[in-house]
Design a protein around this ligand. Sequence first.
Ligand SMILES: [Zn+2]
Length: 457
Amino acid sequence: MYKKPLTYALATGLVLSPMSLPVDAAKPAPNEQADHAFDNKVIKKISADNMYNTIALLSKQPRAAGTEGEYKAVQYIKSEFERYGYETELQPFTIQEWDGGSAAVSFNGDAFTGDVHTFNGSINGSATGSLVYVGLASADEVGDEVAGKIALIERGSFSFYEKIQNVYDKGAIGVIMFNGEGQSGNAFGYAYEGQDIPTVAITREAGLSLVEQLTNGSVQASVNVENAGPIDKTSYNVIAKKEPHPNKDNGQIITVGAHHDSVPNGPGANDDASGVAATLELARIMAKTPTDTELRFVTFGAEEKGLVGSYHYADTLTDEEVENMVAHFQMDMVGSRDAGELIMFTPDGNKNLVTDLGASAGARISGAVDYGELGRSDHVPFFLKGIPAALFIHAPLEPWYHSPEDTLDKISKEKLQNVAEIVGSAVYQVARPDTPALENARVAPNPADYDFDDRPL
Ligand SMILES: [Zn+2]
């Protein structure tokens, strides 16, 4: 059987090849005016100020997945959806974080008073022995002399895994690592399964002082790691559903999404409070707009941890829901003053129904929108389920991507407005009650010419 997107695309002519276009395709088609009229039903209601105010509220603090900041954002988004009249669900899921427990180090019997950080993945346990400096701990630098001793290692040049494995293979009983040149702090390090010795990090300054001490004589060291291990935290997706008009239900579902979590060290005004703001704004408008298509507005948690929330959401869909989902629109980083032009990314770099609709809406509203190839956001799990999906984003990215500088003052209301108009019109093209009256060519969107762009991020 055909998947519904294919049926829709064929009926609307969106996937016609240039060969099969009618000879007068370049002329404005008779339905163009009708499309504009329909676009205006959505566009005229979009408020950039609403979106800006949402970003202002969400970007007051970081919203890293599993934190209080995320939970506050989730509660706000849920309450907004409910205020618009949506049936709204919080969908919890588990994410794993590393808890470093407590780490202590001593030298020649004296407790070390500087900061000690447990490597992610370190075993718990204690080890006492002579300290031996092995430089960067390349295989060449590490000899049998580390057996039964604690290895002091400088960070850099190759992986944590190799450094630890090299000393572990030679019988070291613990690792103390310090930062390389130009690196500050001590919050780093990963140990891996089977590397069964306690592993900790100290600052470069503290490490170099130990190297100095070792040139003057031996140092007895002990390393103790307690209560380190993975801990479960809860992140959430927020899902708002709008049923189609009961007499006009065409059985199709469109999803519109963004991610509400941020990186831990940034307020995430553009990444991705902007997408959440646009999602909420479109939800607000669509709540009062009759449709023949089920609409789902979803904000995902833990995108920054590897699309965890969207994978969870996609995994909870029934086969029937997947079959009925005709399009997923993902808006991630859609309001930066300092980023490039709008682009639509698909994970395989191919056009699909969503990019066709986005390009067509763009052409009607503000001009052509190019497409390109990129995963890295919540459109991926939908794509992997066979659902046409695309990421709407500005590229190249702004310089303060994933930094504490991703703040409200760098948000462009014009960009927010433009993306919300294009996505809103594209969604409404399918969801409005007179489409898909698939057989009715008068209401088909005009195919737009749009190009592949190998644009760097
Ligand atoms: Zn991000």
